[in-house]
Design a protein around this ligand. Structure first.
Ligand code: GLN
Ligand code: ZN
Length: 768
């Protein structure tokens, strides 16, 4: 049996890469410093895995920004707008220009587009293709990293993004061709790369082909077959590990099993059922090694050794010991570094910590399970098994996880709990009477600029350098200023500004029971950005109100309508590390009930409008189409549980900021929020079309300006967008608001932009 790690985190246990990259971009660190840091981080990972005894140690899993952008350089697919930079600058600077855009006296180019990597919170840079796209072997990074490890006497398994998945992840920048046809141009370059790797001494290559977790066309599948057949023909001795993850092979399995590859990796965490599908498939010829991805690369729970060993045994009996590997389910890129760094008992108690494993611990799990499976009975290994069994047993019975009252409440839920009393048309009349808002009411999405000062109060309070009273006073002062600001500008529905929140999910994780918070549990989101998801370990409940004080205080300051501001259950679930001992749907409903309590309390405290943000509903969509309806059903139900506890007069808002509603509009409509605000300015309101075509009945606030840039939209621009919206939607249903929250902006541009927004709404009213 061999142990196989698909990839390791690369940002550094204390986000060292972030720090040095950002300095390099600012010009305060040299290229040598940056490159040296990269070398150190790689070596640390390789040595750690070597010392632990991992058999297949990855290389080329490191990246200064993104592994797909790395492949874009390797395959030499540089979009034309970077041509001048390519001629004049270093490869590294070209790389960062493509990642981040470049604006100086000499150049002015935009970055490549970024999008989510499958269903993770990691973002990659989208390759761009033209009709006759040329490729060239432009960067030898995979070869260089293999040699770099070899120089330390570590023979690695290079990880290469397959040309097929690479093409399928990209975007056609002109019409009249199918990107998969570019495989003919790309294959020679890919083979050149493989030739170089073999020449350098590589014996195994992990070919990442995660597009096999998606529903492919017959043509795409033919491309897969073509690639692997030609590869095996040209390199008969090279051991190819075909590696897909994040979901089942599904309807691609038949194709996959026919491919002439040395090993086939299965993500058995995401899709455990496919193991039997593979073993029982008529065309499974038992001529491949199976790499069993049993150690979860996406989540932080300890592996259950007994279960894993049982699975290994079962497969060994069927295909022989020599054909079974034990692997991480996917790259550990999606796991935090090292649990040993977590020393804050207050936020991550030992009782919870004992159930966790971060990347370093997962490597140890792999090796320990292998030892157990091959019959190692040394004291140390047996002790590890005992402690693993003990931890899992404790988990089943633990009172910090299992809360009878929460489970009972879930059991008592009825259909009534996820429906408002009256239907929307009735509620709309009641709310219009009660709230007395003008037509084209103006509002914002929740957050206002988070200045350095505000952030410093929070961090001082956490470090206990500021008392609770002092902290509360500062926050109240900030809320008051934010309210006065909005009144002065003339907004109609105000918000408290979210200045007390570090993050829209972590804040609720800190307040709810059933969550723990790590100190260093960072996971790369994109480039130098990382997120620290809360750890949802147990039944969720709300011991005390979480936002009521702030919202009620804000409302007490103004005679205008103030909107309460919460994060929705699906988004909290999606942006946390979630327990794996019960279905996600169950966990989501528990969060929904906690949010419901908060919504009801906000209503009691006098808030007449309450927003429940759900920006992550779409990204939770399963990769495979066949699972989507089931997900959407429980996601919608959860939102409705959270928002249906209030009277008809209370206006429920929701907010979503991504750009695709086409395939989910039916479910968005079922949310039945009184008002939905969405991001539409960059698409110039095109995103509204799907709402119009579907005859979406409720009120909508299509974002009228992009909040990602400091640029102030002109009055005319906003008016034009509203004009467009007014032609598409009934005037009674239109709200006026920015695309999203303003927390990353500064005050001066916020003021100027909102003044124009309010003025545009007034102009629209005067035209009626
Ligand atoms: N209410 C949040 C804010 O304004 C919404 C953020 C989001 O959609 N991601 O910041
Ligand atoms: Zn948003």
């Amino acid at each position: 049996m061999k142990t196989n790690v698909l990839g390791y985190p690369r940002i550094g246990a204390k986000r060292e890469l972030k720090k040095v990259s950002e300095k390099y971009w600012k010009g305060t660190a040299t290229k040598t410093e940056l490159v040296e840091m990269g070398k150190q981080l790689k070596l640390y990972n390789w040595k750690l895995m070597q010392k632990a005894g991992v058999d297949l140690i990855p290389s080329n899993d490191f990246s200064f920004y993104d592994q797909v952008l790395d492949a874009t350089l390797t395959y030499g697919c540089i979009p034309a707008r970077y041509q001048k930079i390519k001629e004049k600058e270093s490869k590294l600077n070209l790389y960062f220009a493509m990642a981040r855009g470049l604006q100086n006296n000499e150049f002015d180019v935009t970055a490549m587009e970024m999008t989510k990597w499958f269903d993770t919170n990691y973002h990659y840079l989208v390759p761009e293709f033209t009709a006759n796209q040329d490729f060239e072997l432009f960067s030898l990074k995979p070869v260089e990293e293999f040699k770099e490890a070899l120089a330390h006497n570590i023979t690695t398994k290079p990880v290469v993004l397959s040309p097929v998945t690479y093409l399928l992840l990209g975007k056609e920048k002109e019409e009249g061709f199918n990107k998969i046809d570019l495989l003919n141009n790309l294959l020679p370059v890919f083979f050149e790369l493989i030739t170089e790797l073999v020449a350098a001494g590589a014996t195994h290559v992990q070919l990442d082909e995660p597009c096999l977790a998606l529903n492919l066309t017959a043509k795409d599948r033919q491309a897969v077959t073509k690639l692997y057949t030609q590869l095996a023909g040209k390199f008969p001795d090279l051991k190819i590990i075909l590696t897909s993850y994040f979901d089942c092979y599904g309807d691609n399995l038949e194709t996959v099993l026919q491919l002439p590859v040395y090993a086939l990796h299965l993500d058995l965490v995401r899709c455990s059922l496919q193991l039997d599908d593979v073993l029982n498939a008529t065309n499974f010829k038992n001529d491949k090694i199976l790499s069993l991805g049993l150690v979860d690369g996406r989540n932080i729970w300890k592996n259950n050794f007994e279960d894993t060993i049982a699975t290994l045994k079962k497969v060994e009996e069927k295909i022989g010991k020599e054909n079974v590997w034990l692997a991480t389910s996917c790259s550990l890129l999606h796991s935090p570094y090292d649990l040993d760094l977590e020393q804050n008992e207050e936020t991550l108690p030992a009782s919870v910590k004992q159930w966790l494993a971060f990347a370093k611990q997962k490597v140890d799990e792999l090796v320990t399970i292998k030892k157990l499976a091959i019959g190692d009975t040394s004291k140390e290994v047996v002790a590890k098994l005992l402690s693993n069994t003990k931890a899992h047993k404790a988990k089943k019975e633990s009172l910090v996880i299992h809360n009878a009252a929460v489970k009972a409440r879930i059991g008592l839920l009825t259909a009534n709990d996820s429906e408002r009393n009256a239907e929307f048309s009735t509620r709309q009349k009641i709310q219009k009477n009660k709230l007395k808002l003008p037509v084209y009411p103006t509002t914002t999405i929740g957050s206002f600029p988070q200045t350095k000062e505000v952030r410093s109060w929070r961090s001082k309070f956490k470090k206990k350098e500021l008392s609770l009273d002092a902290y509360n006073t500062l926050i109240q002062k900030e809320i008051e200023e934010t309210i006065r600001f909005q009144e002065k500008i003339g907004l109609d529905v105000l918000v408290h500004g979210e200045c007390e929140r570090n993050d829209m999910v972590e804040y609720f994780g800190e307040k709810l029971d059933g969550f723990a918070i790590s100190s260093f549990g960072w996971v790369q989101s994109y480039g130098s950005r990382a997120v620290k998801p809360p750890i949802l370990f147990g039944d969720v409940s709300r011991p005390v109100a979480m936002t009521v004080n702030w919202s009620a205080y804000a409302q007490s300051l103004s005679s205008k309508v103030v909107k309460g501001m919460l994060t929705g259950p699906v988004t909290i679930l999606q942006w946390s590390f979630v327990r794996n001992d019960q279905p996600r749907s169950e966990t989501c409903k528990q969060i929904a009930l906690a949010i419901r309590d908060e919504v009801v309390d906000l209503e009691k405290a006098g808030l007449q409008a309450i927003q429940v943000d759900e920006p992550a509903i779409r990204e939770g969509l399963p990769l495979r189409k066949e699972y989507r309806d089931a997900y959407l059903t429980w996601a919608v139900e959860s939102f409705k549980i959270a928002t249906s506890g209030v009277a008809d007069k209370t206006q429920i808002h929701t907010h979503m900021c991504y750009s695709e509603f086409n395939d989910i509009i039916e479910h968005i409509t079922k949310l039945d929020a009184d008002v939905i605000t969405i991001e539409t300015s960059r698409s110039k309101m095109d995103l509204l079309n799907v709402f119009v075509d579907y005859k979406y009945p409720n009120e909508i606030g299509p974002g009228v300006y992009d909040i990602h840039s400091p640029r102030v939209p002109t009055l005319q621009e906003i008016e034009d967008l509203l004009e467009k919206a007014s032609k598409l939607l009934p005037v009674d249903n239109i709200w006026v608001n920015p695309d999203c929250g303003l927390k990353t902006r500064d005050w001066p541009e916020t003021k100027a932009a909102l003044e124009n927004l309010v003025a545009a709404a007034k102009t629209m009213r005067s035209k009626l």
